[in-house]
Design a protein around this ligand. Structure first.
Ligand code: SF4
Length: 270
């Protein structure tokens, strides 16, 4: 019924596919990833070299014990860099472990932002590439294993038609599915699969919803910045992140490709 209404409505808003590039270049991301991995390995190596002289005075074996530990850390960092790089290049992840996703989310990404700032690479480029690779990792490490009722679709409030008087943030089922924005279609999609849909007024409310609902995984739609911080905050919870469309700019009648959400659902549910 929602779809019929949407089709019949002459004022149906389609959004603008041109508003965002869904295929971000990976060159800058890979360069930053390699620089971050090598930089961290170098720091770890320095942590061994510098105190080695002093440790040798305490016990002759201590420099080698510390050296072994540092070697493990360096190996882990370099292997992580390699695996994440392969995931970025080939779209497949060699090890189905959330550990490497954590390495990217919690360690490499902040270092890459710092390195990107020094190299004057726009932050949004790093965020777009990160989002794409995060989704690949989520699919590789934990895809197709969630029950629909344990999934949560999180949408930003700015997707709503600006002049709509209906309050959907408390209860999305208040939506009359008039077709002027995509909330009606999203509701139909959520009902089709039996998934919980929530329209959030902001990041704090979204985080509280996740805390209250305790889903096994989240499909989130937002701008690059909000998605990146959301994925970081939610880790280890898997978040499939979808960048919104912004035909009117940020935070104003944004949109989303429903087909992308449908695909994400299919990739995640059992
Ligand atoms: S939220 Fe309002 S404008 Fe959007 S589909 Fe529902 S009723 Fe229509």
């Amino acid at each position: 019924m929602a779809e019929e209404k949407a089709e019949n409505n002459a004022e149906r808003w389609e959004g603008s596919p041109e508003s965002i590039s869904y295929k971000p270049g990976k060159g800058a991301f890979l360069a930053l990833l390699a620089a971050s991995g090598l930089g961290l390995a170098l720091i770890a190596f320095s942590l061994w070299v510098i105190p080695t002289i002093g440790l040798g005075n305490i016990h002759p074996w201590l420099p080698y014990v510390l050296g072994g530990l540092v070697l493990l850390v360096i190996s882990f960092l370099l292997i992580g860099t390699l695996f994440i790089g392969i995931a970025a290049l080939q779209g497949r992840f060699l090890v189905k472990s959330t550990m490497f996703r954590g390495l990217l989310v919690k360690l490499f990404l902040p270092v890459m932002f710092m390195a990107g700032g020094i190299m004057r690479i726009p932050r949004i480029k790093i965020e777009r590439a990160f989002i794409e690779i995060n989704n690949r990792m989520v699919r590789a490490s934990c895809g197709k294993r969630f029950k629909p009722e344990k999934l949560l679709i999180l949408m930003p409030h700015c997707i709503q038609f600006d002049n709509c008087k209906i309050k959907v943030t408390r209860n999305v089922r208040n939506c009359a599915a008039c077709g002027k924005c995509e909330i009606g279609e999203l509701l139909s999609l959520a009902d089709e699969f039996g998934i919980n849909l929530f329209i959030s007024t902001g990041g704090t409310v979204a985080r509280r919803k996740v805390y209250e609902e305790r889903p096994d995984a989240v499909i989130a739609v937002a701008c690059e910045r909000d998605l990146t911080s959301g994925v970081q905050d939610a880790y280890p919870l898997p978040v499939w992140a979808i960048i919104n469309k912004r035909p009117h700019g940020y935070c104003m009648e944004t949109g989303v490709a429903i087909s992308e959400i449908r695909q994400a659902i299919r990739e995640m549910i059992t």
